[in-house]
Write a protein that binds this ligand. Structure first.
Ligand SMILES: Nc1ncnc2c1ncn2[C@@H]1O[C@H](COP(=O)(O)OP(=O)(O)OP(=O)(O)O)[C@@H](O)[C@H]1O
Length: 360
C-alpha cells in the first residue's frame, strides 16, 4: 500500500435526524499510525460520525474509503464486522463471565493455539500477562481498560475508533493509560480517530485535531496550529478561558484602552472582538500612578484594580476590574501570585498573543 494513500478517508458525510443535520458534510483523511482527534462540545455530531465509520449507522450521503477501497456509500456497504475497524468506547464492558484471555480472543479467528499466541502477545504488550486466566471483576478500572485495548487490537484492525475511552478513569490513572495506549497504537501503525470533548486530551494525544461544531469541522490542523491560530472566538474559548475586548475599526486599526490593534482587511465601522488568553496578559505594578511605557509590541498599559486572586495549584488566577469601563479581565500567573483585592496594577496585551475577530 502506497504511503500516500490514507488509511481512512471520509468525504462529505451527512446524517440528519428528524430533518436536523447532525453531521453536515464532514471530510477527513487519516494516515496509518496517525491519531486524529474529533474535538467538540457535546451534541456536535462526533459520535454520529464515528458510528457511520464503524458501520452501525448509515449516512444519508458521503463516502468512506479504507486504504483506497470504498467500504460505504449510499448504495454499497461493507458490514461492520468486515470493516477491520476496532472500537473502544467509554463503556467498554468486558464480558464478565469470560476470562481475560477469552475476552481478548473474542474477535479472533484461527486455531486455539494461534489465538493463544496472539492473546499472550497482546497481554504482554499491555503488561497484563499475569492476569491471563483472571476475570474482569478481579481487575482495576485501568487494568480493565487495558484489556479492552488488547481486545480491540487483537484482530489487527486497520483503524481504531475511540469514543471518550478514558473518561471513566480517574485523573492519575488516565494520563498513564493514555500514553501507553497511544504508543501501542503507533507501534501497530493503526490509524486512530479519537472522539473527545476535552481539549487537554486532544492536545495530549492528537497528531491532528479536527474541531467540530454543529455538525461541521470548523478547523483542522496540528494541535499547536489550532491552539495558536484559532478560527474564531469560540475556538479560543474552547481551549481555555478567554478575555474579550470590543472595539470598532477605523483605518484598519481597532482603538482600545490597551492601545491600537491591527485589523488588516477589516472594513471601517466594523465591530471587532480582540480575544486573548489569561496567561498572556502582562501585569505590572503601579509606580507612582503610572504603568510601564507603551511599546509597539505590547501597546498601552491599562489601569486595573485587583478584585480577587486565587491559587490554583500550578498557577494563580487574578481577576481585575478595568478602570476605563468597569469590565472584568482575568489573568493567570505561574506559581503563587496573590495580590490583595484593591491593589492597583497595569495590564498590557502582547500583540502577538491576541486575535482580532470581526463580530458576526
Ligand atoms: N438516533 C438518534 N436519533 C435522533 N437524534 C439523535 C440520534 N443520535 C444522535 N442524535 C442527536 O444528534 C446530535 C449529535 O449527537 P452525537 O452523539 O453525535 O453528539 P456528540 O458530539 O458525540 O455528543 P457527546 O459528546 O455528548 O456524545 C445530538 O443532538 C443527538 O441528540
Amino acid at each position: 500500500m502506497s504511503a500516500s494513500v490514507p488509511r481512512l478517508e471520509i468525504k462529505d458525510l451527512r446524517r440528519s435526524y428528524g430533518g436536523r443535520a447532525v453531521v453536515d458534510g464532514v471530510s477527513l483523511q487519516i494516515m496509518p499510525g496517525q491519531v486524529t482527534c474529533l474535538l467538540g462540545p457535546s451534541g456536535c455530531g462526533k459520535s454520529t460520525t464515528l458510528r457511520m465509520i464503524a458501520g452501525v449507522e448509515m449516512q444519508d450521503s458521503g463516502t468512506i474509503h479504507v486504504d483506497g477501497n470504498l467500504i460505504c456509500d449510499t448504495v454499497f456497504r461493507v458490514p461492520p464486522e468486515r470493516r477491520e475497524i476496532g472500537l473502544m468506547f467509554q463503556d467498554f464492558a468486558l464480558f464478565p463471565h469470560l476470562s481475560v484471555a477469552d475476552n481478548v480472543a473474542f474477535g479472533l479467528k484461527g486455531t486455539k493455539a494461534e489465538k493463544r499466541v496472539r492473546v499472550e502477545e497482546l497481554l504482554k504488550r499491555v503488561d497484563l500477562l499475569r492476569f491471563i486466566d483472571g476475570y474482569p471483576h478481579q481487575l482495576s478500572g485501568g487494568e480493565q481498560q487495558r484489556v479492552a485495548l488488547a481486545r480491540a487490537l487483537a484482530p489487527k484492525p486497520r483503524i481504531m475508533l475511540m469514543d471518550e475511552p478514558f473518561s471513566g478513569l480517574d485523573n492519575r490513572l488516565r494520563d498513564g493509560i493514555r500514553d501507553e495506549t497511544l504508543s501501542i497504537l503507533k507501534e501497530e501503525d493503526t490509524a486512530v480517530l479519537l472522539v473527545t470533548h476535552e481539549p487537554d486530551e486532544a492536545m495530549r494525544m492528537a497528531d491532528e485535531i479536527a474541531l467540530m461544531r454543529d455538525g461541521v469541522i470548523v478547523q483542522q490542523g496540528a494541535p499547536y496550529n489550532v491552539y495558536t491560530r484559532p478560527f474564531d472566538r469560540a475556538a479560543v474559548a474552547f481551549f481555555s478561558d478567554a478575555n474579550v475586548v470590543e472595539a470598532v475599526v477605523q483605518g484598519a486599526l481597532a482603538q482600545t484602552a490597551f492601545g491600537r490593534f491591527l485589523a488588516p482587511g477589516v472594513a471601517d465601522g466594523t465591530a471587532v472582538q480582540i480575544v486573548f488568553r489569561p496567561q498572556h496578559v502582562r501585569i505590572d505594578f503601579d509606580r507612582a500612578g503610572r504603568g510601564p511605557n507603551p511599546t509597539a509590541k505590547e501597546g498601552t498599559p491599562a489601569r486595573a484594580v485587583v478584585s480577587r486572586a486565587r491559587f490554583m495549584g500550578s498557577e494563580s488566577l487574578v481577576e481585575f476590574v478595568m478602570d476605563h469601563d468597569g469590565s472584568t479581565l482575568r489573568a493567570t500567573v505561574p506559581n503563587v501570585f496573590l495580590p490583595q483585592p484593591g491593589a492597583v496594577m497595569w495590564l498590557t496585551i502582547p500583540r502577538d498573543r491576541c486575535f482580532v475577530f470581526p463580530m458576526t
